[in-house]
Design a protein around this ligand. Sequence first.
Ligand SMILES: [Zn+2]
Length: 395
Amino acid sequence: MLRPLPGAMAIDDLPTLSQDELLRYGRHLILSEVGVEGQRRLKAARVLLVGAGGLGSPVALYLAAAGVGTLGLVDFDVVDATNLQRQILYGVRDVGRPKLDAASDRIADINPHVVLERFDTQLTSQNALEIVRAFDLVVDGSDNFPTRYLVNDACVLTERPNVYGSIFRFEGQASVFAAPGGPCYRCLFREPPPPGLVPSCAEAGVLGILPGLVGTIQATETVKLILGLGTPLIGRLLLIDTLRLAFRMLKVPRDPECPACGTHELSELIDYEEFCGLRSSSANGGGAATLPEITPREVVAKRARREDFDLIDVREPYEYEIARIPGSRLIPLASLAEAIPSLDRAREIVVFCKMGGRSAHAVKTLQAAGFTRAVNLAGGILRWSDDVDPSVQKY
Ligand SMILES: [Zn+2]
């Protein structure tokens, strides 16, 4: 059974506000659209945040400040220095701490009336339904496609609205999926993009302020849904372009053929890594589109066998300054095409980048230019650091 959103709960079932809370929420209480009743609905609300990163930070901060009674936080990461450019829940003193510990302290400091429920785990097909079911609605602050589809499907199956946001370089998106009568994420994106086509923030970069913009919109939609106020972003996709400072709204119709919310053929959660093509290539040889790959350990073995090969780094010069693999040659992806005449088609070429996305593009470019012995270093320099040489700085 669908638990009614606090906006639909009977007044008698709502928690009351203490003297301290009445004082704290004064600016809400004088809004006639919120008032004491609305503030009690916020206090009754249980909101799950998937991810306490760039998007989760502003969402958690604002929902806590607004008086959402219970926040669930799913994250198993540790704060690192590269997070501080955009993940405003954390400060320098939190580097090295589990994000949930740091977030608990920060949220308690903002509003001690908020109850934080911690899920120090990855959201998976095994645990998602149970976790999601315990909340009224879900805010998707994830940064990858498998989790995005998982969150969507779990929300459709449990009938919880999915307040969606995503960010890429200078552009963001927001919508509300899986709300009654509205479309879901799969109605808009039936299939995930081919693996490697859309680089992650770690690979492509992101303007640090952008998750602030998108997350604040997610927090706004969450509060509106809880209060039953205004017109939510249901059936609409907001596109934000920070460079032009342009906001565009696309209509997203419900797809009657959608396997999740249309035909309901998707009656349980699936293997989302496999669905997004992120597992399989090494396990079963993959399809025709699979790129040849090599692991860092295999590269070391090649060197030990004194095999002849080129090791090409397609990252940017600033990344090369941070960390490099000895014996590699830097050819940033953008200048690969002009460097092709300098490469030997007869030799094996191992290409790497930070995590494997850009180098996959590079391998395709080389293949198209007639190189038959180009291979991608799986996991890039980060995996090199994990598997082969921890002295190579991770970033
Ligand atoms: Zn759908």
